[in-house]
Design a protein around this ligand. Sequence first.
Ligand code: C5P
Length: 220
Amino acid sequence: GKPLVIAIDGPSGSGKSSVSKAVAKRLGLAFLDTGAMYRALTWHCLNGRIDLHDAAAVEAAARTISLEQNLTPEGEFVKVNGITVTEPIRDPEISKNVSAVATNLGARKELVRRQQAVIAQCGHRIVVEGRDITTVVAPQAQARLILTASEEARMRRRGLQLGGTQSAEQLVQQVLARDAKDSTVVDFQRAADGVYTVDSSDLDFEETVTAVINVVRSAV
Ligand code: C5P
């Protein structure tokens, strides 16, 4: 088929992952979760006692690890050097530390290179989601969009509320802290030129998927 790269960026809790997968399924496209790559590299560093603030060591790890992940919207698996880490990379411990890896510019360069190779390998028919896809990884994508949601909607989806229990409050602060740190290297909050914004605050899941597909149809 014709090239159809759909680039989707957005903050954590915007529903990006599940919406992107649903869009890929509907349109029969491959799917790449780039956040999983940053998480897998973080897992590898923590597991191998690599100091996350040793920039050269983290960059070297990014260059040398083998990363495997599913490239379809069905199921999910992630492997680092042959070890299955699908579940561990979702641990709060990883979420807490991933920004330290994501702000390493050498590591980013390497992961971006790998992401671009995946896009080519999938014949440029793929939905790619992350933080810098519309701007850095796939600025030539046929459709580029940012999925946003109000802070309140994002927390609600995670079952969290400001002014909730103390642990909920801590989780809210962790999510906000992660977005703040990520924002120092990638601008996923504001749409670059030619990038559409879909605000899902007042949309349910199906409505959000439909809104994204409508943007894709209008863009191509
Ligand atoms: O999307 P997810 O929450 O799994 O991403 C985890 C982390 O990976 C983000 O908080 C961010 O630090 C990093 N990331 C990134 N660039 C991407 C995707 C994810 O910096 N394209």
